[in-house]
Design a protein around this ligand. Sequence first.
Ligand SMILES: *Cc1c(COP(=O)(O)O)cnc(C)c1O
Length: 351
Amino acid sequence: MHPSTRAVHAGRPDREPDAPFNAPITMASTYVAGGDREYGRYANPTWEAFEETLAALEGDGARCLSFASGLAAVATVLDLVGADQVVVAPRHAYNGSIGQLADLEARGRVRTRLVDITDTAAVIAACDDAALVWLESPTNPAMEVADLPAIIAAAHEAGARVAVDNTFATPILQRPLELGADIVVHSATKYLSGHSDLLLGALVTQDEQLHGVLKGRRDLLGAIPGTVEAWLALRGMRTLALRVEKAQENATELAARLAAHPAVTEVRYPGFGGMVSVVLGSAEAADRMTASTRLWVNATSLGGVESSLERRRRWASEPVTIPEGLVRLSVGIENVEDLWTDLEQALQFGA
Ligand SMILES: *Cc1c(COP(=O)(O)O)cnc(C)c1O
C-alpha cells in the first residue's frame, strides 16, 4: 500500500465490535507479571501504536523504537560504535548530531571523518575502515543532497553500518531502508508530529538483531518517550502525507519566486520537501528580514504546519562554511499567496 494509506491505517486497534478507532493513551509504570511488557521503561501500548505506524511508513518488515527526542535516538546509534572506531558524517549535518560526534571524539571515544556529502567519490573514499557511515540528506541547513544508493552500497562494501537521518525528507518522499540503509533516524519533533507541540525521536530498522540491540540500549539507558507525546505524534502522522505534499507545493512555488528576488543572492532548494534556504547579502540584512515578518515566525525548529524561518549563523555551533546571511525557511501549509506577501514585505528590509 501507498505510504499515504499506511499513515492513516497503521497502528490501529484490532477491528472488533466496540473497539475504538484510535490507540488509547495508556498511562502505566508497570504491568501485571507474566506478559511481555513487564515494566514501563521496556514497553508501552501507546508507543507501540506510534512505532507500528512509522515502521509501516519506512518499509516492509521494519521495526521502530521511539525515544525521548531525536538526539536521544542519535545517541543510541552513535553508542553502537566501538572505542576508537571511525564514523563518517556530513560536515553540514544537524548540529546536535555533529555536536555528539565532536563530544565523543574529544573524549577519545570515536574518530570522526567529516565529508562533503555531495562529493560522492570523496565520501566513498572516506568509508574505508569506517564502522558507521552517518548520512543526512537533504542536509541541514545547506540543503545538500547525497547519492544515497551509491554511498550506502560503498559503505557496506567497506564493512560499515549505515544510518540515515530522514527527518527532512520524511518517509513520504524518501525511504532509506529501500535504498539499503541499516537504520533510519528521525526527529519526530518535526514533520512526523507536525504541530510544534512535542519532542520525540525514533529509530527504524529491518534487521531484527539490530532492533534487539537498540531496544536493549533503550531499556538500559532509559531515554524513553512520554506516552502523551507518542500519542500526539501518532495523531499528527495521520495527516503526514497531506501536510508534506502541501508544504512541498508551497516550497516549490516560493523557491522560484525567491530566486527572482533582487535581495536574494542564492536559493537552495533540492526540488522536494518543504525546507528552503536562501542567502541574503549579510548577517545584518538577514537579521532585519527575519525580524520583519508578521506571518512567518522567527524561530528555530521546523516541520510544523506553520511557516517559520531563522538565520542559522545566529547559533555559535553552526559551521562557518554556512553563509552568515543564510536564512532557513520551514514552509508550512498556509495559503501560498499569504506566505509570499509576507516574505516580500520582509525582504524590503533584507537588501
Ligand atoms: C531536530 C533534528 C534532530 C534532533 O531532534 P530533537 O527532537 O530536537 O532532539 C536531529 N536531526 C535533524 C535533521 C533535526 O532536524
